[in-house]
Design a protein around this ligand. Structure first.
Ligand code: SF4
Length: 487
């Protein structure tokens, strides 16, 4: 059986995941749209990063054709100093493909391209495995490096590839993993060939695993993994093999929020703190401006004055309400061209938000930070934009602080949980149902990978989605008034 680099990294996370990947392929879910979008970003970054090592020779073999790829790499390595997508394989079944292989005197440097803007811990494991394979395949390795996006780069004019990327030498950290890799490779090769599925208890990070649908099929929608901190949930599950909150002794809940959430779940009741809600409602100044942004974060900066992964707002929705429970006015902005949306958005925002009245957002950090960025970018609008920030009121507070809590929230204060807990409105079935969808689809539009028809549909979906986000806040305001017995 083979062991690829991605198998090795999966095995480091969980050997059961590795076993399932090798032995129960049929239960591995298809990649979702978000994952495919991440792959697309990775491919675009890879293409650009190769310019960092000009003159590189591509090892032209299909990813699955390790045998031929390795032979070709060997031949090309005799004549060229820079190889792209170079293969190596070992007789024990281990194989990998390094992004860039560079001759360094009588040895080689391994360069791994990453679309992140910093070096993550698992990149060291990634390179440690590749070093193990390449060295044992006859390529002595001198240096191991990560070529990643440079968060300090700010685009002005044409893209400067030399500045867009930063190269970190991680050789020392990789060397420290040498004996560990040999041990783990041996263990994983025998583990994955075992006839029986390994017994690994569920743990808090399982929800990120592609096999969670299989391993976690008996976990209820609301469990100890929602209620408790990861270490406590894991300790409880390990000792009892139960994730049911009904089995959880009271002493595991050490915060007021956990005690409220547990009590509401066990007694199927809503928790309400009327005086706190009233105090929060009294802080509002009408008219209210319910505001929500959508942003896009291109890995490769598309506009001047942006860096890798800068948040670029391209849309907002604004519901305006003059009196509690009163009529609504709706203003919306959506940039439907491939140019920088920020100037037009900032002007529309200043015009739409007026001069007085609370600006209601859900999770103020996000909107306030975007506003500060816009203010810094457009000095002539700065005072008006910063004045909007002075008027911001955060509707997350009454829900996060448990002034009002429904067991249907599953211990979350996210609007995606709070809204269906207190109203019939939900995001289910919408073509764009969360900020990640909105971001990925708008990025596809900016990158020119959508048809005109698809873009037209996406604009309609975006308007519906962002409009619902602010309308949801209007509904939740009514909910707060109702539970505070104000109307
Ligand atoms: S869901 Fe958890 S236990 Fe199951 S394979 Fe994934 S990480 Fe391992």
């Amino acid at each position: 059986m083979y062991l690829s680099k991605s198998d090795y990294l999966m095995g480091l996370d969980c050997v059961k995941a590795l076993w399932l990947k090798k032995n129960r392929k049929e239960i591995m879910p298809e990649y979702d749209e978000a994952t495919l979008a991440t792959f697309d970003i990775g491919n675009r970054v890879q293409d650009l990063a190769r310019d960092f090592y000009p003159g590189g020779i591509m090892v032209e073999a299909e990813t699955w054709d390790v045998e031929n790829g390795s032979i070709l790499t060997k031949e090309l390595s005799k004549k060229h100093n820079v190889l792209l997508e170079a293969f190596a394989q070992l007789s024990n079944g281990c194989f990998c493909r390094i992004d860039i292989l560079v001759k360094n005197d009588d040895a080689w440097d391994l360069i791994e391209i990453k679309s992140a803007s910093s070096v993550k811990d698992y990149y060291i494991d990634d390179l440690a495995f590749q070093k193990y394979v390449f060295e044992n395949a006859g390529y002595p390795v001198k240096r191991c490096k990560v070529l990643h996006l440079n968060s300090d780069y700010v685009r002005y004019g044409a893209l400067d590839v030399k500045q867009l990327f930063a190269e970190d030498d991680v050789t020392d950290a990789v060397l420290q993993k040498k004996s560990e890799v040999e041990m783990y490779v041996k263990g994983m090769l025998s583990y994955q060939a075992m006839p029986d599925e390994p017994e690994i208890p569920l743990h808090s990070s399982c929800s990120d695993c592609p096999f969670y649908g299989y391993c976690g099929k008996d976990v209820p929608p609301y469990s100890i993994f929602n209620l408790l901190r990861a270490d406590k949930a894991d300790a409880f599950y390990n000792s009892t093999h139960s994730c049911d909150i009904k089995d959880l002794p009271l002493e595991y809940c050490t915060t007021d929020k956990q005690l409220i959430d547990r009590d509401c779940f066990l007694n199927d009741k809503i928790h309400v703190e009327k005086e706190n809600i009233k105090e929060w409602l009294n802080s509002l100044e009408y008219p209210l401006y319910y505001l929500d942004y959508e942003t896009v974060m291109p890995a490769i900066p598309l506009f001047d004055n942006t860096s890798p992964y800068s948040q670029v707002p391209f849309q907002f929705s604004l519901h305006i309400q003059k009196t509690p429970g009163g009529e609504l006015e709706h203003i919306e902005f959506l940039h439907q061209e491939r140019s920088d949306p920020r100037r037009a958005l900032a002007e529309a925002l200043v015009k739409g938000c007026g001069k007085k009245g609370s600006v209601v957002v859900y999770n103020q950090q996000f909107e306030k930070t975007r506003n500060k960025e816009l203010a810094a970018l457009f000095p002539d609008l700065s005072a008006d934009i910063l004045a909007i920030n002075e008027r911001v009121v955060d509707q997350l507070i009454p829900f996060r602080n448990r002034y009002l809590y429904s067991p249907k929230q599953n211990s979350s204060a996210s609007i995606k949980y709070v809204l269906p807990a207190f109203s019939d409105l939900s995001y289910k079935g919408m073509n764009i149902a969360n900020g990640g969808d909105a971001m990925n689809k708008y990025l596809a539009f900016l990158n020119g990978s959508q048809s005109e028809e698809e873009s037209k549909q996406m604009f309609a979906d975006l308007l519906k989605y962002c409009g619902q986000d602010t309308y949801a806040m209007v509904l939740l305001m009514d909910v707060l008034y109702k539970w505070a017995d104000i109307k």
